[in-house]
Design a binder for this molecule. Sequence first.
Ligand SMILES: Cc1cc2nc3c(=O)[nH]c(=O)nc-3n(C[C@H](O)[C@H](O)[C@H](O)COP(=O)(O)OP(=O)(O)OC[C@H]3O[C@@H](n4cnc5c(N)ncnc54)[C@H](O)[C@@H]3O)c2cc1C
Length: 328
Amino acid sequence: MENNFDVDLTEQNSLKLRSVAKNYIEFTKPDELKSIRNNYFLQSIKIYVIGDGTNSIFPRKFNGLVLKHSGKKIEVINKTRETVEIKVDSGVNWENLIDFCIENQFYGLENLAGIPGSAGAAPIQNIGAYGVEISEFIDEVEFFSFPSNEIKKFSNKECAFSYRNSIFKKMRDFVISSIKLKLKLSFTPNLNHENLMKSKLLTANELVNKIRKIRSKKIPDPKCFPNVGSFYKNPIISNEKYIKIRSLNKIKKYQHGNNWKISAASLIESLGFKGSCIANVGISNNHGLVLVNRGISSFKDIHEFDNKIRRIIKETYNISLETEPSYL
Ligand SMILES: Cc1cc2nc3c(=O)[nH]c(=O)nc-3n(C[C@H](O)[C@H](O)[C@H](O)COP(=O)(O)OP(=O)(O)OC[C@H]3O[C@@H](n4cnc5c(N)ncnc54)[C@H](O)[C@@H]3O)c2cc1C
């Protein structure tokens, strides 16, 4: 574990924002974090934790310490006739985990195939796609707390998962070191999503391939069009509020318990933002929810564009959009 200075992180964030870390450390074991605590946290040096940078907006200069878990271990820790428990280092790439599960016939995560990022970041925003959320499979999350100098574990309940949210969104000064998942040993496809309902899929591998194919058609590839996936959460509003906002009747929506989940993409597209661009920042031509960097742009350009979209949606529909990625 060594400290590197003035490290260029432009290739470590999927928006390809030019960014440099004054101090940069990769660690493999949570025990190493104790010395980082002494040398940085207790010296009041700001610590930023990153995974694969696919859901973060990086500043031009990180003046503190950027910390990344480079551990790649996936370990089977318990197996019964029907289930298996695996412990996954937070540095494991999510797509590699999906492939590992398919190869080993561990089932449940198929609908989450194709989501970029690291395993350690997955519980933070409770990643979800095609009718499935990671919270359905998380048994435990292990993290190091800088303030208390100890490794702690949260059970699924303690993680307080909800739509694109968890307790980790509200916490500060922690590093997730691993996640424990409980998966199934027999495959039952989850086809409860409008894009999958007519599918006749016999194997988990077929479902994973199908999801990856659908995603590659819908979501611009960050390698060609730098982006962080969906930029806004779909707002959830009460039926009472929905009835009051008449202009919402032309917007796509889904029933969400007694409330409505409004399509943020549909709100943005209704105002003609799809394909728009200001100072190299714009909305993808393919997807109204994906903000893309079309050239050289900065943290500030993204922030200004984001503010503008949120302000206009608020003025038009009286709905507050919530940003999904984190501004680091
Ligand atoms: C093309 C594209 C498609 C996407 N599709 C989806 C989708 O379908 N569903 C979905 O839910 N998301 C989606 N996303 C968002 C993204 O993939 C997820 O949020 C993913 O979990 C981010 O992982 P990451 O390692 O890149 O996180 P980062 O961007 O590195 O970090 C995200 C946040 O987590 C914190 N963090 C990261 N690792 C740790 C750690 N070990 N300990 C403590 N804090 C940490 C960071 O400080 C930051 O606040 C998409 C993104 C892209 C670019």
